[in-house]
Design a protein around this ligand. Structure first.
Ligand code: SDX
Length: 428
């Protein structure tokens, strides 16, 4: 027995031995399969990359069948229970958890990069009051690249480290500024004495005239755990955007703006907002059967359900459900929870959903917590983007260091016209 795939091309009768490594074959090894020597050679065709590995990565491991998620080998359940978000961000980017001194230095550097240039406020002022904060965030991240000419030094380790501090540090500030703009409220500057999630809540909610505002510690802690859960998720659509744009050697701010744009989509990070809109539309438990019927008739998606990788319960959804109880003890129960629980109960006992492996994903319950914490719905995807920045940066760094990687440029199967000429093509 050998670690090879024997492929027989029945068009020519030739057979090929294709090496197998990591239970995979290299698509380029197919190119030798030709009918005539002048052929381009065989490609693999995989729309939406359902079964294509784009890279080797040691950052995050997911077992979709078993509902397992690990960052650098640590189970998400342990990290969510025992680590702060910035510790996990360090782990994703450096590969190991920080010791005490490393953590203090990491937190100090990120804390001292939370401020943004005053011009950013003028940029945000130009948006309408009702601009979606994700559109503002995408623009602001891209705009920030113009404030730091050194962002282009992507092969300088010190420059990369500085850009990482800046991007992780400034995401909460940009997010809070976008929110305050939408509320017509003065911005609240970051406070270097506060921890990451607490600083964000303070910039979001501190009344301008108040001098003794303190974010509720239960809510700060709950948000920090939610940040841990959202920090990375291997080669999802927004991470693939980060890697794809980064593969052109664009700077990390421009790559992160592209990743944020990908996350905005309702099929991805925008789902947490759509879940709550769906639950509000349902309005009561007795309307759940009607929604289930519409879903089964393919008239709509059940937002917050399903996942490309998880064919089982998303382990993050389980943890989010637990956090909900802690938050609701402070904020009061979100009445939409009853509808969500009923929807989950009915769906998980229905053959249609079971056969399609449709389980709640990380977005199904997170929006209920955000809403109970007072966040407006259009901020929900922003709350996803803030922590995912560390995952995007970890993946971006890994891509740059990977000698097998080069500019990302897929091929295609051409289905258009053969050659034709203008003078022989009558205009309709
Ligand atoms: C995130 O990739 C990641 O890791 C993402 C993420 C991360 O941390 O980065 O985990 C975060 O984006 C979570 C997903 C949030 N999105 C939603 O909740 C939106 C609703 N979900 C669906 O759009 C869908 O499940 C996706 C986009 C999440 C996954 O889509 P796939 O893998 O392309 O699955 P599919 O569309 O091929 O669906 C397979 C079948 C189809 O039915 P058939 O054609 O076989 O008859 O399942 C059905 C789909 O119609 N289906 C659903 C459904 N999701 C899939 N039917 C109803 N409701 C749904 N939510």
């Amino acid at each position: 027995m050998t670690d090879t795939l024997s492929i027989k091309d029945n068009r020519t009768g030739k057979t090929y031995e294709i090496p197998i490594q990591d239970d995979s074959i290299r698509a380029m090894d197919l190119r030798q399969i030709k009918v005539s020597d002048s052929d381009f050679g065989m490609m693999s065709y995989d729309p939406a990359y359902l079964n294509t590995a784009s890279c080797r990565s040691s950052i995050t491991f997911i077992d979709g069948e078993k509902g397992i998620l690990r960052y650098r080998g640590y189970p998400i359940e342990e990290l969510a229970e025992k680590c702060e978000y910035l510790e996990v961000a360090y782990l994703l980017i450096h590969g190991e958890l920080p010791n005490k001194n490393q953590y203090e230095e990491w937190k100090h550097n990120i804390t001292y990069h939370t401020m943004v240039h005053e011009n950013v406020k003028k940029l945000l002022e130009e948006f309408r009051y009702d601009a979606h904060p994700m559109g503002m965030l995408i623009s602001a991240i891209a705009a920030l690249s113009t404030f730091y000419p050194d962002v282009k030094n992507i092969f300088d380790e010190n420059s990369r480290r500085l850009q990482i501090y800046r991007l992780i540090g400034k995401m909460p500030t940009l997010a809070a500024y976008a929110y305050r703009h939408s509320q017509g409220m003065a911005y609240v500057y970051p406070n270097n004495d506060l921890e990451y999630a607490e600083n964000f809540l303070t910039m979001m909610y501190k009344p301008p005239a108040s001098s003794n505002y303190k974010a509720n510690p239960v809510l700060s802690k709950a948000l920090d755990v939610l940040f841990v859960l959202h920090a990375d998720h291997e080669q999802n659509a927004s991470t693939s955007a980060m890697r794809g744009v980064g593969s052109t050697h664009a700077d990390p701010f421009s790559s992160a703006a592209a990743a944020t744009a990908a996350l905005y989509g309702p099929l991805h990070g925008g789902a947490n907002e759509e879940v709550v809109r769906m639950l509000e539309e349902i309005g009561s438990k007795d309307k759940v059967p009607e929604i289930i019927r519409q879903v089964k008739e393919k008239k709509r998606l059940l937002m917050g359900f399903g996942h490309r990788v998880y064919r089982n319960y998303d382990p993050r959804a389980r943890i989010v459900k637990k956090i909900a109880d802690e938050v609701f003890a402070v904020t009061g129960r979100n009445k939409l929870l009853d509808i969500a629980l009923e929807l989950e109960k009915v769906a998980l006992s229905d053959e249609y959903f079971i056969s399609k492996h449709l389980y709640p994903n990380v977005d199904f319950y997170s929006g209920l917590i955000y809403q109970a914490m007072g966040f407006p719905m259009d901020i929900f995807p922003v709350l996803f983007a803030i922590p995912r920045m560390s995952g995007w940066l970890a993946q971006w760094q890994e891509m740059l260091a990977d000698s097998e990687q080069k500019i990302s440029r897929p091929r295609q199967i051409y289905t258009g016209y053969p050659e034709r000429h203008l003078d022989s093509t009558p205009r309709q």
